[in-house]
Design a protein around this ligand. Structure first.
Ligand code: GDP
Ligand code: MG
Length: 441
């Protein structure tokens, strides 16, 4: 979070109990972080009030520091708000179990219909039929046909000249006759909340009596997700939410808003355009993402203890401005990691989507030969550090001799540097740089 928050956390370390005033200060920062993650304002207010209630007067136990305890409370409450545990699709009815998909146009209903079909076939061993009620866009019916085939499910034909309600009746008839376990009903998109279309999906709901009515919502929709969720929640007895496009770089604050507003669990998360890009929603993991990082406090403390914030900020700015990541930066990184008590321990504290990317690097090894790498870089000329591409065979031999290592060690270091450079490029848009900036800003 912000430098202010990290200072507050640090200042709290000596105290044994969380007091009203330090809670207020810290919660102001948490509030900012949530708003920045696009959580709707009324939802943020409610949330902060609940956390404040829980935090005040709470005894801080054992070795935990008050700052950590408070952030722990925030994290726990975030996860609880977004739903605890996991909840799969409910199929406890006389087959065919009907699942109705609702949501705005482009939210990902058709894609998710096919993903769910695949999930139900593979994980639940069900016989699945899909049908499209999107009679306004013939292309949408074709789209469902295509993705249904990818899922290995059966598709029930429908066409633009039919009424959605007739399609629904025919499909459910067919599903019954042919002993399908599940019928997934994709519906027409709405660009915005539209009375006629709302009436239509309500009628579909009344006819189909679905066991699951899933509200599909785009995580990138940010603040708007709250209004959409309210409209759909008022029109339909929703049973669950699918939050799509979590592979984008939004912080996913929409999860908090839609969960709170509809009161129904977020069952799945869409994580890619592909047919297998569906995950069971994990509220705890998502809480870390909404706040912007994993174990914030531990990270903040490690960072404030060992790292030159200014250097980190400079690096973030440089990479962001397209300035590139050279061996000088690599050296600075290596030295910072040493101060922070090891790369692997730092990596444990980053949000999981970042560690997944970093996972390509072997942390243990990076840590072990930090000293050797420093030596190698020290044996380079300033020009070589700025332009590593200059380092060809002759220079490598000279550098290796200077550092007292083998040429292959120089090669290995350069390779790791390239990996790091690559990672920096990938993260420069969001993730790590944002986090560093937030901590430093
Ligand atoms: P619908 O109008 O609600 O049926 O939305 P679609 O299923 O047609 O999806 C709209 C667009 O979003 C398509 O380009 C999909 O490929 C894309 N999409 C859907 N879900 C995801 C997701 O989880 N991640 C990503 N990256 N794209 C998605
Ligand atoms: Mg569609």
């Amino acid at each position: 979070l912000t430098d202010k928050l990290s200072r507050l956390v640090k200042n709290l370390s000596g105290q044994a109990r969380i007091t009203e005033s330090n809670v207020t200060d810290m919660l102001r920062e948490v509030r900012m972080a949530l708003l920045e993650a696009d959580v709707a304002l009324p939802v943020v207010r409610d949330f902060i009030a609940r956390v404040k209630d829980k935090a005040l007067g709470q005894e801080v136990i054992g070795s935990l520091k008050p700052g950590q305890a408070l952030v722990g409370i925030v994290n726990k409450e975030l996860a609880a708000t977004m739903g605890q545990g996991v909840s799969d699709i409910n199929l406890a009815v006389q087959p065919p179990a009907v699942i109705l998909m609702a949501g705005l146009q482009g939210a990902g209903k058709t894609t998710t219909t096919a993903k769910l079909a695949k999930h139900l076939i593979e994980k639940r061993k069900k016989k699945v039929l899909t049908v499209s009620g999107d009679v306004y866009r013939p292309a949408a019916i074709e789209q469902l046909k295509t993705v249904t085939a990818q899922a290995g499910a059966e598709w029930f034909p429908s066409s633009a000249d039919q009424k959605p309600i007739d399609i629904a009746r025919a499909a459910i008839d067919y599903a019954r006759k042919h002993h399908f376990d599940v019928l997934l009903v994709d519906t027409a998109g709405r660009l915005a909340i539209d009375e006629a279309l709302m009436a239509e999906i309500k009628a579909l709901h009344a006819e189909l009596k679905p066991v699951e009515t899933l509200f599909v919502v785009d995580a990138m929709q940010g603040q708007d997700a709250a209004n959409t969720a309210r409209a759909f929640g008022d029109a339909l007895p929703l049973t669950g939410i699918v939050l799509t496009k979590l592979d984008g770089d939004s912080r996913g604050g929409a999860a908090l808003s839609v969960r709170q507003i509809t009161g129904v669990p977020i069952k799945f998360a869409g994580t890619s355009e592909k047919i297998d890009g569906l995950e069971v929603f994990d509220a705890e993991r998502h809480a870390g993402r909404v706040l912007g990082m994993g174990d914030i406090v531990a990270l903040v403390e490690q960072v404030t203890a060992g790292v030159d914030i200014e250097a980190a900020q400079k690096l973030a700015a440089k990479v962001k401005s397209g300035g590139g990541f050279d061996l000088n930066d690599f050296l600075a990184q290596i030295q910072q990691m040493k101060q922070m008590g090891g790369l692997s321990s730092l990596m444990d504290k980053l949000p999981s989507q970042l560690t997944a990317k970093a996972g390509a690097m072997d942390m243990g090894k990076v840590e072990k030969d930090i000293g050797r790498k420093q030596g190698i870089i020290h044996s380079m000329t300033p020009q070589e550090r700025k332009k590593p591409e200059l380092i060809k065979a002759t220079r490598k031999r000279r550098i290796a001799a200077g550092a007292g290592v083998q040429v292959q060690d120089v090669n290995r270091m350069l390779k790791e540097f390239e990996q790091m450079q690559d990672m920096m490029k990938k993260m420069s848009g969001g993730g790590m740089m944002k986090m560093m900036k937030r901590m430093g800003a």
